[in-house]
Design a protein around this ligand. Structure first.
Ligand SMILES: [Zn+2]
Length: 152
């Protein structure tokens, strides 16, 4: 997929610029445009949008913020939040800063767990970006849908 100059600049900054330490792209060699496009293709057959995924993530993050310590949500999800000081700037250069705090959700029926930072919610909602393969916080959209039981 063709990538405009803006996305190219953002990609360079993620790979080798000031943001490289966050490893947003992991070991992925695809362009940023391709990563975003291919995740969009994973999402479409599920009938979901990035906002459906992000809303569900926010739902669990809000529950965990209100109830510190592990909390059971809807009888089957074990939700835990790890508070971290400081923030991370959105790599898409929109001056959005999110906290580094992490939410972990385990679906106790399947035993599967997904983990995200507050920034991931923004990246998905606003940029359709789930990070690259091999990135510490990469979760593919179908996995979010499955573990968090996101339905249309
Ligand atoms: Zn942003």
């Amino acid at each position: 997929m063709k990538q405009g100059p803006d996305l190219k600049r953002i990609e360079d900054n993620m790979r080798s610029g000031a943001l490289a330490g966050h490893q947003f792209l992991g070991t992925d060699t695809r362009t940023l445009a391709d990563i975003i496009h291919q995740d969009q293709l994973l999402l479409e057959p599920l009938g979901l949008t990035h906002h459906n995924i992000a809303e569900r993530m926010r739902y669990f993050t809000d529950q965990a913020t209100e109830h510190p310590g592990p909390v059971f949500v809807d009888g089957k999800f074990r939700v835990e939040r790890e508070e971290h000081k400081g923030g991370i700037l959105c790599p898409f250069a929109d001056n959005v800063q999110a906290s580094k705090s992490i939410t972990q959700v385990t679906n106790t029926e399947t035993g599967e767990t997904v983990t995200w930072s507050d920034l991931n919610i923004h990246l998905i909602a606003e940029h359709g970006f789930y990070e690259g393969h091999g990135a510490p916080f990469r979760v593919d959209p179908a996995k979010y849908a499955e573990v968090l039981e996101i339905k249309v």
